[in-house]
Design a binder for this molecule. Structure first.
Ligand code: GDP
Length: 301
């Protein structure tokens, strides 16, 4: 199948802002969504106000610069991210998405050598919603939500040329210790051995302060030098501060910044990150452009 180059996506996403780089500082707008906050999670207490975007300053050392990319005066940062756009960001649009197979072991995954991105995150982080939003389908994600069911690696072929991989969620409060160990081995084997894995997309809930299990996960990926992109989800909302809570009630931008600080020591170079919302679809185009530039670079090297 022919993978079409659709300039609409590029011109829409990229023309929104141009950034000028002066010396070591780059100013960008982290773009939290504009909508009034809503949620489909009845248990979460929310502050029902609109989050106002505020200008953020990214110093050069906090920007993810894709390989083979020069930082010039006209360089652009993807909205709501720390990612510099490179010439490799082409063919970003998804035209076709098909479920291919579920594998129990990494050895059983497709062997056609196409590049792939694996989505992983704590249960309830919004992984299925993000996957469905990326491919613009109501129900493509298959990962079982019930701990105790078989853990599977689900492959979706995109445009007949690359894969999105849905991995089981981690951190089920109710999962027995044994199952957590299984999960660990299952996914770690995949991360360590899958040669066509271009980047793990680690999903982190941007509406709440960092969780220990997420920090541990990021640390493991960093220490094992597995390429990682952080996708902050639910950036349209923030959790209400409860009595006695130190960190509650922070804005998504603050949670994003705090998370960076907490994982700084685990990585040699700053990992790329993008703020997203499945409610407003903020960040969707940026995720696709980032995947495109990583993928196209990977294919040429
Ligand atoms: P998964 O367990 O990681 O696959 O998470 P789901 O995609 O099933 O989402 C878990 C819950 O979070 C559901 O109630 C979703 O409606 C909600 N959710 C997912 N993404 C967002 C988001 O971007 N914003 C808000 N406000 N809620 C979200």
């Amino acid at each position: 199948m022919v993978v079409l180059h659709l300039p609409r996506l590029l011109s829409f996403s990229l023309s929104r802002q141009t950034y000028s780089i002066s010396k070591r500082t780059l100013t960008t707008l982290l773009h939290p969504p504009k909508s009034t906050l809503t949620t489909s999670e009845p248990n979460l207490e929310l502050i029902s106000t609109t989050i106002t975007p505020k200008p953020q300053t990214l110093s050069l050392e906090n920007i993810f610069i894709p390989p083979n990319t020069n930082v010039t005066e006209n360089a652009r940062i993807l909205n709501g991210s720390n990612i510099l756009l490179s010439n490799y960001a082409t063919d970003a649009q998804i035209i076709q998405a098909d479920f291919v197979k579920s594998s129990v072991r990494f050895e059983d995954c497709p062997s056609d050598g196409l590049p792939e991105f694996a989505l992983v995150g704590r249960s309830n982080v919004g992984k299925s919603s993000l996957l469905n939003s990326i491919v613009r389908r109501k129900k493509l994600a298959l990962t079982s939500k019930k701990p105790g069911k078989t853990q599977l690696i689900n492959h979706f072929r995109i445009n007949d040329s690359w894969y999105l991989v849905d991995l089981p969620g981690y951190g089920y409060a109710s999962a027995p210790q044994e199952l957590r160990k299984d999960w660990d081995k299952f996914t770690k084997d995949y991360f360590l051995n899958r040669s066509t894995l271009v980047s793990v997309f680690l999903l982190i809930d941007g509406s709440i302060p960092a969780k220990k299990i997420d920090l541990e996960y990021a640390r493991w990926l960093g220490e094992n030098q597995i390429p990682m992109t952080i996708i902050f989800t639910k950036c349209d909302k923030r959790k209400k501060k409860k009595n006695g809570e130190k960190n509650g009630g922070k804005k998504p931008e603050d949670n994003v910044n705090d998370f960076q600080e907490l994982i700084r020591g685990y990585f040699e170079t700053v990992p790329p990150w993008i703020m997203t919302s499945n409610v407003t679809h903020e960040g969707r185009d940026e995720v696709l452009l980032h995947m495109a530039q990583l993928r196209n670079y990977w294919l040429k090297h």
